[in-house]
Design a protein around this ligand. Structure first.
Ligand code: SF4
Ligand code: SF4
Length: 545
């Protein structure tokens, strides 16, 4: 276990974060050193919510034919992201399907049956190097339209983090290439095989942020990725920003200690800045994006390609571990089979790494924009199960609090999760828990703490959804009542106006014109006022024989 200060001694200019664990002993059979390309599955499933924020809204109907790259669901609200078809085919359903969420609940998805043609939409507009003439807002809009979200697991819409530079004067962009969980190697492969995409993507982001400095952080156990990126930086000309000043772009190796890849932990290691709970890194002039997100930005700007595929590691108890380029929406079970695994032999599929991943409720659960790893586990698993131990009561030893890199009080979170006291657990900053599993790992009572946190997060999530729904229903009802009231008042006002008009007209009708000679007659002056009806009646009477 690393202690504060150790890293400063070992790495000189680097700093340390609280906690930290070397997981080298859990390394599994390495994935192949080539990127595998998967075929087109028969069926693709696109959850409408693959990001933090509001779910997207379908813009297609069942029976519609769609092309690859076509928008099938549009963003709703300021924090949201659109969804695009990752292959051509026919929309066969818009319904609830299993989605990758710790709650195990189903959620709204669009189902597409592919036609095998993989036909792209026409008129894809490539921006290319002209991105330098675009303002950060315009660039952010292109990135938003491409549906790009944080691909390191968080899923925050990328354009929002890029536009944060407008208000927060971002100085440093960190490109996170530190994947610290064992068995996961897709980012390593990406850095080795597609370094130019990462570097150009980083330059586009620097332009959007007006950032003067970019650090690409790589763990020190990835020398091939490091030299691949360094060679590419040397071969590419530095890109000047709008002020004609190229920013600096450097590679920094960071220790292979879990959870270095966590945003706050990485910022602390590189800059010694502590991002407090509930604080955002941009308030400290720093923005952090994953290497895969940088690649997606490059593809959006230089290839007019929305986020419809990504690199993921497929590993576990399967004959052939590999990093594969996978279409978003591909069912997890299909991918395990491509690696030679048998669905019937699987105990579970974990989406994510062994420390932070979640067990999927169904092998039909699709790969989404934030999926970076699938681990197939058979009933006779040969993998080390880091968390499967005999559970005992909490002895309040405090070991979990000592190691928590988010500086939380895990035992308190555990108690409040058990007691379903969700208000208290929020007060104890559950949302800052990065689910690193450290507390689980050190707990002498083997309590599956992270499971409790995920349960609490899922409950809070569904309670907030319910509250949102009831708030919307209440607002609608109040709006309905106020509309009825307004209509009533308008009717009353119109009625009053009519009466006033009639009243205003009455003397004019009742009284003869001022210059009428009859006015001057003494009889007329004496006669009582009479109405138009009277006058009409009188006329009628005159005409009646
Ligand atoms: S480490 Fe385990 S036993 Fe110790 S306080 Fe935390 S939850 Fe309780
Ligand atoms: S899982 Fe959450 S509470 Fe536990 S150590 Fe990690 S950040 Fe802290």
């Amino acid at each position: 276990m690393a202690k504060d200060g150790e890293l400063i001694m070992k790495f000189g200019k680097l700093f340390s974060f609280r906690g930290g664990l070397n997981l080298a002993k859990y390394q599994h059979e390495p994935a192949d050193t080539t990127i595998g390309i998967t075929g087109i599955p028969e069926r693709l499933i696109f959850p409408l919510q693959q990001h933090i924020g509001e779910p997207a809204e379908p813009v297609v109907n069942v029976g519609d034919k769609v092309l690859k790259g076509q928008l099938i669901a549009q963003a709703t609200g300021p924090i949201s992201a659109p969804v695009h078809a990752s292959s051509s085919g026919t929309i066969t359903a818009i319904s609830d399907y299993p989605v990758p969420h710790a709650s195990g609940l189903k959620a709204s998805c669009i189902e597409l049956h592919t036609d095998g043609c993989d036909q792209w939409i026409a008129d894809r507009k490539i921006i290319g190097n002209t991105y330098k003439q675009l303002s950060p807002i315009e660039l952010g809009e292109h990135i938003h339209q491409a549906g790009i979200v944080g691909m390191g697991g968080a899923g925050f819409p990328t354009n929002i983090k890029l536009n944060a530079g407008q208000q927060n004067a971002v100085d440093t962009l960190i490109i996170n290439g530190a994947e610290c969980e064992p068995w996961v190697s897709c980012d390593d492969m990406l850095m080795r095989e597609r370094p130019a995409e990462i570097i150009i993507g980083a330059q586009i982001m620097m332009h959007a942020l007006h950032a003067r400095r970019c650090i690409i952080a790589i763990e020190d156990n990835k020398p091939a990725a490091c030299s691949s990126l360094k060679n590419t930086i040397n071969s590419l000309k530095p890109q000047a920003d709008s002020n004609n000043n190229p920013g600096t772009l450097e590679i920094i190796e960071v220790p292979t200690i879990y959870p270095t890849g966590g945003e706050k932990q990485l910022i602390k290691i590189l800059t010694n800045k502590e991002i407090a709970n509930k604080e955002l890194p941009q308030n400290s002039g720093i923005i952090c994006h994953n290497v895969a997100t940088a690649t997606a930005v490059y593809r959006a700007i230089f290839c007019a390609e929305p986020l419809i595929s990504r690199l993921i590691t497929i590993t576990g108890d399967i004959p052939h571990s590999q990093n594969r380029e996978v279409l978003i929406g591909t069912p997890a079970g299909d991918l395990i089979e491509m690696g030679g695994g048998q669905r019937s032999a699987l105990k579970q599929i974990i989406m994510g790494g062994p420390m932070m991943g979640i067990a999927l409720q169904s092998d039909e659960t699709p790969v989404i924009k934030t999926t970076f790893c699938l681990i197939g586990q058979t009933r006779k698993s040969t993998l080390v199960d880091i968390t499967n131990k005999n559970i005992l009561p909490c002895i309040r030893c405090g070991a979990c609090a000592d190691v928590c890199p988010a500086q939380l009080l895990p035992q308190q979170l555990y108690w409040y999760a058990r007691a379903r006291d969700f208000k208290k657990i929020k007060d104890y900053s559950l949302s800052d828990c990065i689910e690193c599993g450290f507390c689980d790992y050190v707990c002498p009572s083997n309590i599956p703490l992270v499971q409790y946190y995920r349960y609490a997060k899922a409950e809070i999530f569904s309670l907030e959804k319910e509250k949102q729904k009831s708030d919307i229903a209440r607002t609608r009802h109040e709006f309905h009542l106020s509309r009825l009231q307004r209509e009533k008042e308008e009717r009353a006002a119109r009625h009053k106006q009519k009466i006033n008009k009639l009243a205003a007209r009455r003397p004019a009708i009742d009284s003869p014109a001022i210059d009428s000679p009859a006015m001057d007659s003494p009889e007329q002056k004496k006669s009582p006022p009479h109405t138009a009806i009277n006058t009409a009646q009188n006329n009628k009477n005159i005409e009646t024989p």
